[in-house]
Design a protein around this ligand. Structure first.
Ligand code: AMP
Length: 344
């Protein structure tokens, strides 16, 4: 493992693309595995365009790389089993299993002593009434699996509750004053490094901006980093993780963890000598981590759908880094790129 030359990445979206660019700066190659369109393929050494059921393709992919990582957490278990029999998967399977399912995720977080929103398991529509009696209203019904960018979520207000159509958890509504996230990394040697917490603003369930510094008291940001470090240590984790937190008067509540580089960590490209993508590559390749120190104030803004029309102006703006993902035609709600504005 000390001699990693080629990293296999499951998923060919923008995160895979930026991981591949970071790997190339360290003289490493990436091989992307993606069943659909793969913007990451444009900047990678090799691309396999095949389904997660294609055992021959999975086997050939694994044999062509030294270590396997991923840019999204919903890779089917059967594919992971086969891949893991050939090459190590970093971050490990436990991290994936925990974060693929909101019920296991919240249960794990509570087990290691961290606060989450109150929640109830809702395996079927018939269980919803009982869950609402326990958790109360307002609350949010979320599918256990495959939810992202606010998809698979239903707000439970005063009226009759809608069903998500799949096994779900009901979460009590958290009256938070802010949403922050910590991008944390743990190396193969167990060393942990965290980037400064960022302040996140969402609209329609999609992240719009991340701002650093986040403007919260030092006691809150220290606590956030300690929480993130506790999670990666408990999972014996190798790689970068995104930890989303709600700030409440009673302390920090963990909303969700992502076992991968995270949209709210894109600011590190303009704010740190070693950004989250390089940090992840370093970790999975068994190299020493960067320290995570921030040397600039940054506002990251996602370019979603028609925001792409603003690119000519953004390219002229001072102190602004424009990142475009090469995805072709914009669609409403689709992340097409982002900008990092250096504000101080
Ligand atoms: P999620 O997909 O779980 O990250 O949820 C998307 C967004 O919905 C979060 O970033 C919050 O803005 C909001 N949200 C999710 N869960 C809760 C909750 N339990 N209470 C209040 N707001 C929530």
């Amino acid at each position: 493992m000390n001699d990693v030359q080629t990293i296999g990445i499951l998923g060919g979206g923008q995160l895979g693309r930026m991981l591949s660019v970071a790997a190339s700066r360290l003289g490493l190659r990436c091989h992307i595995y993606e069943p659909g369109a793969a913007p990451a393929g444009d900047v990678a050494h090799a691309v396999t365009n095949a389904s997660y059921e294609d055992e021959a393709a999975l086997r050939a992919f694994a044999e062509s790389v030294d270590v396997i990582t991923y840019e999204f957490e919903n890779v089917p278990t059967s594919a992971l089993d086969l891949l893991e029999s050939i090459r190590p998967i970093r971050p490990n399977r436990r991290a994936l299993a925990v974060s693929q399912d909101r019920l296991t995720e919240k249960t794990f977080l509570n087990e290691i002593g961290l606060a989450t929103a109150p929640f109830a398991d809702v395996p079927t529509e018939g269980d919803l009434g009982g869950a609402i009696d326990r958790i109360g209203r307002p609350s949010i019904l979320k599918t256990r699996r495959m939810g992202y960018d606010g998809k698979g979520q239903v707000r439970v207000g005063d009226g009759p509750a809608e069903w998500t159509g799949a096994p779900s958890v009901l979460e009590g509504f958290v009256d938070f004053s802010a949403e922050i996230s910590v991008i944390v990394a743990r190396g193969a040697d167990g060393q942990v490094a965290a980037f400064d917490p960022g302040l996140n603003v969402h609209r329609e369930g999609i992240l719009r901006t991340t701002t650093v510094p986040c403007g919260l008291a030092g006691a809150v940001t220290t606590d956030a980093v300690l929480i993130a470090a506790r999670i990666v240590s408990a999972l014996d984790y190798i790689g970068v993780m995104g930890v989303e937190l709600f700030v409440t008067p009673r302390g920090l509540i963990v909303n969700e963890i992502a076992p991968r580089v995270h949209n709210s960590g894109h600011w590190t490209q303009a704010g740190c000598a070693v950004d989250q993508f390089e940090q992840h590559i370093r970790a999975v390749a068994g190299l020493p981590l960067g320290d995570g120190k921030r040397y600039a104030d940054v506002v990251m803004e996602n370019l979603i759908g028609d925001d792409l029309g603003r690119v000519p102006d953004l390219l002229r703006a001072p102190n602004t880094q424009v990142h475009l993902y090469g995805k072709g035609a914009p669609r409403p709600g689709r992340k097409m790129g982002h900008v990092n504005r250096i504000t101080g």
